[in-house]
Design a protein. Structure first.
Ligand code: OKP
Ligand code: ZN
Length: 344
């Protein structure tokens, strides 16, 4: 299986994440992708290629223009305002405030476009996000051209990024951008299956009213897990999208037996919907030792996940999302890919 990767993803090196009231070194570190790349090479998964540049058009196909401009200019504007730390949102249009007038000051714009305070914006963030979506697009283009599976070693991740909001370490929604690209190339319906521990709220939001993308997500119940405000089982889509959004919230502590029953149900939904291409939002933070997640999957369970995904028999693009137990992130991600290849 081909892997797409770029050193440009390393250009985001945030120093701060607000975590339990302290500023800590971010969980979403550049070392994550270095470790996955090392393991890709270790097991001889296949060639590692640089991505092509696709420009901004595929980003603007799923994201708002003002939002993209904000991500591109935030760091310079933040510094120009005289701030000396990294850009961390601190005021939001919450339930008692208005959200229909976008402020001019960078502090207000930051709050308008932010979902969460865990994600600082720093030098290189836009450049890394651009590289990450080019990796996703290149992986999808390869799968469309050859029918072969591909692995996009994306960083930063994407599945929390909504049409006009960043958060949960995500800026551009790589999976949504790749799925939309497939539709533009003539694919009738794409499935995005999100196996990251956290609900893919951004992907859900982008496709919620549409029936050309089936979104299915297995995740920690939002009553007790990030992103807290989306991902419930009763969110099933809107308008013509009704029935094309499927959430499997599960309690903290869930292990592979229950988790894989939800997986099998999701695979059935993807089959029944007649999806022609599969995008896997491949977070591996459902791992039992992940520092910020609460499921109990073991490393061998990720191999079995790969095998079950292969039973769909679809052209498949895997895109890295989360996974933070840095020692094992490479093993777990590559186990999925190896399991998929062995069963294909
Ligand atoms: C991103 B992805 C600790 C964690 C705060 C929330 C989780 C973001 C997960 N304060 N960040 O879905 O893996
Ligand atoms: Zn996650």
């Amino acid at each position: 299986m081909l892997t797409f990767y770029s050193d440009q993803t390393l250009r985001r090196r945030a120093r701060t994440e607000l975590d339990g009231g302290r500023l800590v070194a971010p969980y979403e570190s550049p070392e994550r992708v270095v470790l996955v790349l090392k393991w890709v090479r270790e097991v001889g998964l296949g060639e590692v290629r640089d991505p092509e540049s696709f420009g901004l058009a595929p980003v603007l196909a799923v994201h708002d223009r003002g939002y993209v401009d904000f991500i591109a200019g935030c760091w310079d504007e933040w510094q120009a305002a005289g701030h000396t730390g990294e850009a961390i949102a601190w005021i939001w249009p919450t339930r008692t405030l208005r959200d229909d007038v976008i402020p001019e000051h960078i502090d207000g714009r930051l709050g308008h476009y932010a979902q969460s305070a865990d994600t600082s914006i720093c030098a290189g963030t836009f450049e890394a996000a651009m590289a990450s979506k080019d990796i996703a697009l290149s992986a999808m283009a390869h799968t469309l051209a050859t029918g072969e599976p591909s692995f996009g070693l994306c960083r930063p991740p994407g599945h929390h990024a909504a049409s006009d909001q960043f958060g949960g370490y995500c800026f551009f929604n790589n999976a949504a951008i790749a799925a939309q690209h497939a539709l533009g190339q003539g694919v009738g319906r794409v499935a995005v299956l999100d196996v990251d521990f956290h609900h893919g709220n951004g992907t859900q939001q982008i496709f919620y009213a549409r029936d050309d993308v089936l979104f299915a997500s297995l995740h920690g119940d939002p009553r007790s897990c990030f992103p807290y405000f989306l991902g419930h089982a009763d969110e099933t889509g809107r308008g013509r999208g009704l029935g094309y959004n499927v959430n499997y919230p599960m309690a903290p502590g869930t292990a592979f037996d229950a988790w894989s029953r939800a997986l099998d149900d999701a695979l059935g939904r993807i089959r029944d919907a007649g999806c022609e291409v599969l995008v896997v939002s491949l977070g591996v933070d459902a791992f039992e030792h992940d520092p910020i997640s609460a499921f109990k999957l073991g490393s061998d369970d990720f191999t079995e996940l790969g095998r079950r995904l292969a039973t769909l028999g679809l052209p498949t693009t895997f895109l890295l999302e989360g996974g933070y137990a840095v020692e094992e992130i490479g093993i777990n991600a590559v186990n999925v890919l190896s399991g998929f290849e062995a069963a294909s």
